[in-house]
Design a binder for this molecule. Structure first.
Ligand code: FAD
Length: 515
């Protein structure tokens, strides 16, 4: 099976000449309704990570799924062209790039956000290149409805997050975004357009979800909706000890629905007055003050914070909301006097990271490199992870949020291509590095090296973990990542993209000339 996907590279100069020929004949032959740009491909050669720059042959702006079929068919007829769907290019390690291949700008595909409401809920049919931010606005403002499961930041595309998982503070209840899709339309690596769901073409449906773009391009997804609340009570609760933090976080994510918050996340911060990594990063408004005198003297190098949110209607009486919150906080062991809350509109809450983006753009750090590391670590090993990674390797912080919060395995569908650790509870760990000094190469290298140190530390200690938004340079790495799911992943590739045309930037398979 792997043999038919094996690498068959041409020598560089020969490959370039042939590829140039390919692309010029392509431009003529494609007859796209959209457009093809062989000259200024700038944005297609970069991503949010800023660690890789890879030049494609052409940047294609399709107008619809028919254009995608034309592009994939033409690539299949060529000797070595690959095709990368580019969402909003928010990958870290070049996953949406195509070295001397064709990059498709999914953002320019005709945007479709059609809400079908039935009995106060329903679904939205949305194009793969639509931003979640636009889905939010259309569903809430037009229909008072909203998807159930989000990402923290909404400047990401529907197809991009569904190719990974899509994780945020609602995932403990509804699962990741991949658990909240009932139907998709996709263009496979064989240039077939298929509508798929749990019952119609289920093999491609489950393959595509979390499939790292390997099996098809998502042109449309049907996402479940629920009634949107008006308001959110957004809270942060500080802990000195990891044990108390993780115990309470796990209690909060395992409570029955009527008895629990609607959003549960958590983060680690440095036990110091450092404005970016320390106490000042915790309060929710500029008026709130972190009283460090409340932190016990026994506290270590880092502290912990549970972040929760409760949905409510603007017509609810304030005392009703207060009572509901008090009931949910009962018995939790956070430090008294170190709890913060603010009431905000639902859309404002979901768009909270947009404000971070605006500030970061104003400070010039949005476009700097971001060597982020995202992992899923089993509950079994998370206390050791805290001891070895948060308290030691990362005791000075990462210049941005260090997220850590529990998720429940039963909310993830085993049939999808996403891989997660063993055990019912595992933690998302996200090291979201922001630092102006990253513009210096040596600093970026240090950060990348620190990420490697963390991965090595997990491997050396035998932690049960998976990379989220994974990135490996070798087949060995990918085999280890997928574990006993590797064979299924390879079989899916052979079935839906036998020439390995799609998503070459993931560096899992190499383009072959024959199916
Ligand atoms: P791209 O980076 O453009 O593409 C990612 C991969 O998907 C590529 O392999 C690409 O070829 C493929 N792809 C893109 N579109 C399609 C499509 N239509 N069909 C098939 N394959 C496709 N993730 C979370 O889960 N939760 C978060 O809270 C979260 N927050 C983030 C905040 C920021 C500021 C950033 C930069 C990233 C965040 N992410 C988060 C990570 C995000 O989910 C990934 O970056 C993801 O790749 C989505 O980005 P994108 O839409 O720009 O996709």
């Amino acid at each position: 099976m792997i043999a038919c996907l094996e690498q068959r590279f041409l020598p560089d100069s020969e490959a370039e000449t042939r590829a140039d020929d390919d692309v010029s004949s392509l431009c003529k032959a494609l007859e796209l309704n959209g457009s093809i740009d062989c000259g200024s491909v700038g944005v297609a050669s970069k991503d949010f990570g800023g660690l890789y720059a890879v030049k494609p042959l052409a940047f294609i702006r399709p107008s619809g799924a028919d254009d995608l079929v034309r592009v994939v068919s033409a690539a299949a007829r060529s000797s070595n062209l690959t095709v990368a769907a580019r969402g909003n290019g928010h990958s870290i390690n070049g996953q949406a790039m195509a070295d001397r291949g064709l990059v498709i700008d999914m953002r320019t595909m005709e945007e479709r956000i059609e809400v079908v409401s039935c009995g106060g809920a329903g679904y939205v049919d949305v194009s793969g290149g639509a931003l979640w931010e636009d889905v939010l606005k259309r569903c809430v403002l037009g229909f008072g409805l909203a998807p159930r499961s989000w990402t923290d930041y909404l400047g990401l595309t529907v197809g991009g997050t569904l190719s990974n998982a899509g994780i945020s503070g609602q995932a403990f209840r509804y699962g990741p975004q991949t658990s909240n899709v009932t139907e998709m339309e996709v263009v496979t690596g064989k240039a077939e357009t298929l509508v798929c769901s749990e019952t119609q073409n289920p093999e491609i449906f489950f393959a595509i979800l979390g499939g790292l773009g390997q099996f098809g391009i998502i042109t449309r997804a049907r996402v479940l909706l629920q009634p949107a609340p008006d308001m959110v009570r957004w809270m942060r609760l500080v802990y000195a000890e990891f044990d108390a933090f993780s115990r309470d976080a796990e209690i909060l994510v395992t409570r029955p629905e009527g008895d629990s918050f609607d959003y549960v996340e958590g983060f680690v911060f440095v036990n110091s007055s450092d404005p970016v990594n320390g106490w000042p990063s915790v309060p929710l408004t500029p008026e709130q003050r972190f009283n460090s005198g409340r932190v016990p003297r026994t506290a270590g190098s880092v502290l912990y914070c549970i972040e929760v949110a409760l949905h409510y209607k603007s017509s609810d009486h304030a005392s009703t909301v207060d009572m509901a919150v008090s009931r949910m906080l009962e018995g939790l062991g956070f430090i008294e006097g170190l709890e913060f809350h603010v009431d905000v509109g639902y859309m404002e809450f979901l768009l909270r990271v947009k404000r971070v983006e605006e500030d970061a753009r104003a400070n010039g750090i949005w476009d700097a490199p971001h060597p982020w590391l995202n992992m899923l670590v089993s509950k079994r090993d998370i206390a050791d992870f805290d001891r070895t990674v948060f308290k030691k390797i990362l005791r000075d912080g990462v210049g941005g949020p260090m997220l850590v919060y529990p998720l429940l395995r039963r909310k993830w569908d085993d049939r999808t291509s996403v891989v997660i650790p063993e055990g019912e509870i595992f933690y998302l760990v996200a090291l979201l590095r922001f630092d102006p000094a990253y513009s210096k190469d040596s600093v970026v290298e240090k950060m990348v090296a620190q990420n490697q140190e963390i991965i090595q530390c997990c491997m050396k200690n035998g932690f049960d973990f998976k990379l989220y938004l994974p990135h490996y340079q070798s087949e060995e790495g990918w085999k280890r990542h997928f574990g006993n799911r590797w064979t299924r992943f390879v079989e899916r590739k052979a079935r839906f993209d036998p020439m390995a045309i799609l998503a070459p930037g993931q560096k899992i398979f190499s383009r072959s000339r024959q199916p």
